[in-house]
Design a protein around this ligand. Structure first.
Ligand SMILES: *[C@@H]1O[C@H](CO)[C@@H](O)[C@H](O)[C@H]1NC(C)=O
Ligand SMILES: *[C@@H]1O[C@H](CO)[C@@H](O)[C@H](O)[C@H]1NC(C)=O
Ligand SMILES: *[C@@H]1O[C@H](CO)[C@@H](O)[C@H](O)[C@H]1NC(C)=O
Length: 503
């Protein structure tokens, strides 16, 4: 008996040893993506909206305070994230679904394709919203393409079950994995499903006719207590809209908690790079679909066992950097060191270990063409630590408003007050919002709300010229077909041929 148990111990130790060797050399990635999620997060100093699960993730990793999407629109942002290329380069100019029907070019290599070639098990749960399928193919797909979007994107009990299924399969195949959990929360839904409230905050709440999400404990907020973002007017209608958004965020946050719990149960909390971010800014005026701060800035958390924990980073990060970061971590492939002053995407992995020096010249870039198919409003922007230069290519037309935002209580309130000439405690007038000059230059450090356009100011002439040249360089390097617009035509020889349009 005694002897036998000794043998068992040896076998057990061997098993443990191989298990340790196996797991410590395995590397995985879990990317948690919010849909139009902003900074309604405790870790980002929101004192009212409760996000204990996202906050706990932040304590385990690095909080990026200067993270930006390269395009403030759903499908374009996801395609940019998954290809490492801006929308004008990957071809995904607008929304993928329905009548909008945008797709990226057929010849683009996406992250899941790259990883599958290296035998990584890839999965997506939730909102996919990119195409064509041949470019964005994952081994495991549970998305709106085959299941109801609210189930895969908002029902956190269902998302938990799908995550369990994916992780069991990855373990069975003994492969490194990349899992994208793309929540549909906290996206608006007033346009399609007003019965659930402006943010679908009642879907699955257990109230009469709303169904039940067993794992969700909804949190409700007082409209007069919400923390108002700078770009939203201070009125009861807008505040009630934000209170609804907060309730939906309680579902997203608890969903993040459930997915992380599944990761732990599957034995992978010690070998997985976990990131949390959002495709673009909040769906309020001045946010999503704009090149303003509330449109481009996104939360970004990255937790890696053995790296910095509970640290804040001031590094300028772009969602274009996520592809090189994932490649660096999963495939042990650091990107080639960029030439000095290169504006190419970079791996964020070194930043998880050590804070890089903050240079005034650090920059991120943005490029947008459409959101909905009717919303053609091409913009290009460069954002350094201090300044932002925006080029509104079709500045002659009013800024387009998406259907979703249009019916929202916040925008209706702006329309009603403007029409009735009632006081509108907002940072802009509707007219200023619609009609934008060709160039906008902001000193973000002094003017974070971007209300004082410094374009053409003589004392900043050199700064502006430098920013414009840098933007032109980035557009040239990324083959932007719009790079000569609107004053010139891109000729066959790659030069800009003037239109003599007086611009
Ligand atoms: C991919 O296709 C686009 C559009 O047809 C083209 O402009 C681009 O040069 C192609 N890229 C490569 C690498 O072949
Ligand atoms: C959410 O998913 C669970 C598990 O599939 C299901 O039992 C529940 O009815 C769903 N809730 C809603 C509101 O659809
Ligand atoms: C705006 O006005 C319309 C028409 O008068 C009204 O039905 C709606 O409730 C108002 N909405 C807000 C948010 O003020």
């Amino acid at each position: 008996m005694k002897k036998q148990s000794g043998v068992y111990w040896v076998i057990l130790l061997c098993l443990l040893f191989t298990e340790t060797v196996f797991t410590s050399s395995q590397r995985n990635v879990l990317l948690l993506l919010a849909d139009d999620g902003g900074f309604e997060i405790g870790a980002y100093q929101n004192k009212i909206c409760q996000t204990p699960n996202i906050d706990a993730l932040a304590r385990r990793g690095v909080i990026f305070n200067n993270a930006f999407t390269s395009v403030s629109s759903c499908s374009p942002s996801r395609a940019a994230l998954l290809t490492g290329m801006p929308s004008h380069q990957n071809g995904m100019y607008g929304l993928h679904h329905g009548i909008h029907h945008f797709n990226s070019f057929d010849n683009v290599t996406s992250l899941p394709t790259l990883l599958r070639r290296h035998d990584v098990f890839t999965g997506i749960i939730g909102k996919k919203h990119v195409g064509p399928a041949s470019v964005f193919r994952f081994d495991f797909e549970r998305t709106e393409e085959t299941l109801p979007i609210n189930q895969v994107g908002r029902n956190i009990t269902f998302i938990k079950q799908l995550t369990k299924e994916f992780l069991a399969e990855a373990n069975k195949q003994q492969k490194a994995f990349f899992l994208l959990v793309a929540f549909h929360d906290p996206h608006r839904c007033g346009h399609h499903e007003p019965q659930f409230g402006p943010f679908c905050e009642r879907f699955g709440s257990g109230e009469d006719g709303m169904g039940l999400i067993p794992d969700w404990k909804p949190w409700y907020y007082q409209w007069d207590e919400v923390q108002l973002p700078y770009n939203v007017q201070d009125t009861e209608a807008a505040r009630r809209d934000i209170a609804a958004q907060y309730t939906t965020i309680s579902r997203l946050d608890q969903g993040v908690g459930l997915v992380l719990k599944e990761l732990e149960t599957a034995g992978h909390s010690g070998d997985t790079l976990v990131m949390y971010t959002s495709d673009n800014g909040i769906p309020f005026p001045g946010g999503r679909t704009t090149a303003y701060e509330a449109g481009l800035r996104v939360p970004l958390l990255a937790a890696l066992p053995g790296a910095r924990a509970g640290a804040a980073s001031a590094a300028m990060a772009s969602l274009l950097d996520l592809l090189p970061t994932v490649r660096h971590w999963l495939l042990h492939q650091p990107p080639p060191p960029p030439p000095p002053s290169s504006d190419r995407p970079k791996s964020l992995l070194p930043i998880l270990y050590k804070e890089p020096p903050a240079l005034e010249s650090d920059a991120v870039f943005a490029s947008q063409a459409h959101h909905e198919v009717t919303m053609y409003y091409p913009m290009r922007a460069v954002r350094t630590r201090r300044y932002k230069l925006i080029h509104n290519i079709n500045f002659g037309m009013p800024f387009p408003i998406d259907q979703d935002l249009y019916v929202s209580p916040t925008f209706q309130d702006i329309l009603n007050r403007t029409r009735a000439r009632q006081p509108l405690p907002w940072y802009k007038t509707l007219k200023q919002y619609y009609y934008r000059p060709q160039w906008e230059l902001y000193d973000i450090r002094r003017d974070p709300a971007e209300t004082n356009n410094l374009h053409g100011k003589p004392s900043l002439a050199a700064t502006e010229a430098e920013l414009a040249a840098r933007l032109r360089g980035w557009l040239r390097d990324t083959h932007d077909p719009w790079r000569c617009a609107p004053a010139a035509v891109l000729a066959a020889d790659g030069q800009c041929a003037p239109l003599h349009a007086g611009l």
